[in-house]
Design a protein around this ligand. Sequence first.
Ligand code: SF4
Length: 341
Amino acid sequence: MKTNDQKTLVPASFPRPIVVISRCLEFDSCRYNGERIPFDLVGELDGFVEFRPVCPEMEVGLGVPRDTIRLVASGPRDLLVQPATGRDLTAEMEGFSKSFLDGLENVDGFILKNRSPTCGLRSVKVYHSADKPVTARHGPGLFAKAVLDAHPALAIEDEGRLRNYRIREHFFTKLFALARLREIGRTGRMRDLVQFQARYKFVLLAYSEKHLRQLGPLVANQEKKPFDEVFADYRNVFGHALARAPRYTSVVNVLQHVYGFFRKDLTSGEKAFFAEQLQRYRDSRIPASVVATVLQGWMVRFGEDYLLDQAFFAPFPEDLINVSDSGKGRSSDARRAGRGD
Ligand code: SF4
């Protein structure tokens, strides 16, 4: 075990992710009834993220206030209709979504308004008909579906789920990783991609060992493919690796693996303290970042530079850790999200 009295924790620097957001979330009073949805996260992300607000319903010419619209099942397809006027807005919304998404460059993620027939990511009611309140099924809104189809590997969440601590932590992890990757794509340097893979090793281990094994050969690039080709494949696989929040058990495995670096040099009191913190995390009483901080202390003490560089311990800016919200991890929803169920 090395010792290094000089070593300190240097805060990581982060690029600014570019995020498309439903305009009615904090930005504009553009809901059908003239409402704006208060959404504190927008203020919390100020300075860390570059927002690109959009209201697809306004973009297809619907005013404020406006008659409500709904999704109606039509075979396997969903139509977007306005019952009060009889208008079918499907083609207009699909046309706008395509041109908007085709024109998007350098975007890392989306934050969309939940339950909207346009922006809702999941569980939006799809009715049997335009005029009866009978639900046929549930699915994504029309614009949200186009987003999921066009950018399946990006960080995409709805505002309702982002109020949950664990889902937010997962979203930020992916968002800032993709922004980092975007910068590497701009430099076009293979060595930066190799370094990224090394830094995200434990993140990938927590999310998906299968994808970690897939990504290794990609960056090794034995076939000497051009950078752009390797990068496109890497970004796609990485995005899918982080599709869902990591399971509790996988996070615990990574924490225990890192603990193994120090175990033999720790006192019995320190070992007991670590075991206690790990159990508190298992019980959803504290976030993983608390246990990670304990490990970081030992990384500094024993001069483990390799571990200190791991993005697992600082996946997004520290100021975005909202510890006052961590209690939400106790809910069954949060547990399900954290386990990736
Ligand atoms: S949910 Fe989407 S379409 Fe509806 S008001 Fe908000 S931004 Fe506009």
